[in-house]
Write a protein of this length. Structure first.
Length: 483
């Protein structure tokens, strides 16, 4: 009978066999990473790419000595985490976030996150426990973000349940906090070749389109973006609505055919998206798909769905993007998610829109400056009086920032931020549970702030997507996917 390892054995003419020692714990790192934050277009993503390239091979799974760096957009990473949690919960083993972290650690020694952000309490709770388990497994994490760490999920609903603990964890693990204070947005002003500009200008003749080849940065023309309204400064004579519609249709048709290798028209197709759902594509051919804005951003789609599309198609052609107002903040957030996913994947995004890139999301960008604790005295008296009617209206009506009395974006958001005399103070039970008006309004303002930051980032990225550098990266990525 075989002797069991670890149990003392009687001497049999010699010394007992040595007992195998337990596996040592993962080594503790001097620092478990860094958090880099700064404004849009300052070079954070470029630094992340350079860092990931310098770390050696990508994440492998053949053994602990082959673990590599995984460079991933945070949207995609969280989608993978949620999907893995769902898979584990269908089985009978460990169903915890720690089990997900251990699976990641088996193939990854460095996680490099671009655009780290937390926009809801469920993600906040997952991130805190996930990072704790990753650090325990010896994984280092490098993150870029538009926000300083103390502003993560700022003013969000039930923020106190997770974010202070997460920041304390980063401090304990000696994660460095670095601010990249760039002097300007380096994406704005990236070169577009003269031939590409002339092609865009020629396809936008008859008063449709913006600017000229010699125009200033950000004022066009653009290779993959057609503004349907000519600016007053060009002095263009303009064209009739039917002529403008014909020009826009011609621009999109030419872009589709060029990207599809000469195929002039595609076929309708139903493609899989996140969580077992599917989406009807108006036209698709040779890795190119075509949608209207309403199809792509007017319905219940999110970043997970756009990741599925950008994994499947190398070029997206989208018609009729509006100039966003506050009332379209949901559609605007979906659009910024689409831009983020396309940019991360080096996907070509061809758009026709009602305004130039610099003005498309200008109203939404104002939301980034709204603070939760601005005082009601900063609002004009008429606004305050309108928000607090004297006819016994319900609290929901009195505190609703999107009611019919809202006269501007900042006033609407500041009404939610300022609150009223009956609001629960921060830290009160109603605020903690989210059962009262104060907690709900805090979450609403926090979400609007994130929409403002996302709009700034999307504008910067839309401009960079028109550059020669981005087109070259798109072609390299496309050739790599076809290899």
């Amino acid at each position: 009978q075989e002797a069991k390892v670890g149990e003392p054995q009687p001497p049999a003419g010699g010394p007992p066999e040595p007992v195998e020692p337990p596996e040592p714990p993962a080594p503790q790192l001097a620092s478990h990473g860094c958090y880099i934050w700064g404004g849009v277009g300052g070079g954070k993503s470029l630094l992340m790419d350079l860092f990931a390239d310098s770390c050696g091979p990508a994440a492998a799974s053949s053994g602990p000595d082959d673990r590599g760096v995984r460079r991933v957009h945070f949207h995609e990473f969280l989608y993978d985490v949620h999907r893995e949690l769902h898979r584990l919960r269908q089985g009978h083993g460990d169903k915890t976030t720690k089990a997900v972290a251990q699976g990641i650690a088996r193939s990854t020694r460095v996680l490099a996150f671009d655009e780290f952000q937390i926009t809801n309490i469920s993600d906040a709770l997952i991130v805190e426990t996930l990072f704790h388990a990753l650090f325990e497994a010896g994984v280092a994490v490098v993150m870029t973000s538009n926000r300083p760490p103390e502003d993560l999920y700022k003013d969000g609903l039930n923020r106190h349940l997770a974010i202070p603990q997460f920041l304390a964890l980063l401090e304990r693990r000696r994660v460095g906090f670095l601010c990249l204070a760039a002097a300007r947005d380096f994406r704005n002003g990236a070169s577009v070749s003269a031939s590409a500009a002339r092609a865009s200008a020629s396809s936008a003749s008859g008063g449709v389109g913006v600017g000229s080849v010699e125009g200033p940065p950000g004022e066009g023309p653009w290779r993959d973006f057609l503004c349907k309204v000519a600016p007053r400064s060009t002095g263009a004579g303009g064209s009739s609505g039917s002529d403008a519609g014909t020009e826009v249709q011609s621009f999109l048709d030419k872009a589709f055919a060029e990207a599809a290798g000469g195929t002039p028209r595609g076929e309708p197709e139903r493609v899989p998206i996140a969580w077992g759902r599917s989406l009807e594509v108006e036209e698709s051919a040779a890795g190119v798909c075509r949608f209207s804005f309403a199809q792509l951003c007017g319905g219940p789609l999110n970043a997970d769905d756009y990741l599925s599309l950008t994994n499947r198609f190398h070029t997206l052609v989208v018609a009729d993007v509006p100039c966003f107002s506050l009332e379209q903040h949901n559609e605007a957030r979906r659009f910024t998610n689409l831009v983020d996913c396309a940019y991360e994947r080096h996907v070509r995004l061809v758009l026709s829109a009602e305004a130039p890139p610099t003005r498309l999301l200008a109203s939404m960008e104002e939301l980034a400056t709204v603070a939760l604790h601005e005082s009601a005295s900063e609002l004009d008296n008429d606004s305050v009086a309108a928000v607090v009617p004297g006819d016994g209206s319900s609290d929901w009506v009195r505190h609703n920032p999107f009611g019919p009395v809202a006269s501007s974006i900042t006033q609407a958001a500041r009404r939610a931020a300022a609150g009223g005399p009956n609001d629960a103070a921060p830290g009160d039970d109603d605020s903690k549970t989210g059962a009262g008006v104060a907690g709900v309004m805090a979450g609403a303002v926090g979400s609007l702030q994130e929409s403002g930051f996302a709009a700034r980032r999307a504008t910067s990225r839309l401009l960079h997507m028109q550059s020669d550098d981005y087109l070259a990266a798109h072609l390299r990525h496309r050739r790599g996917g076809e290899a």
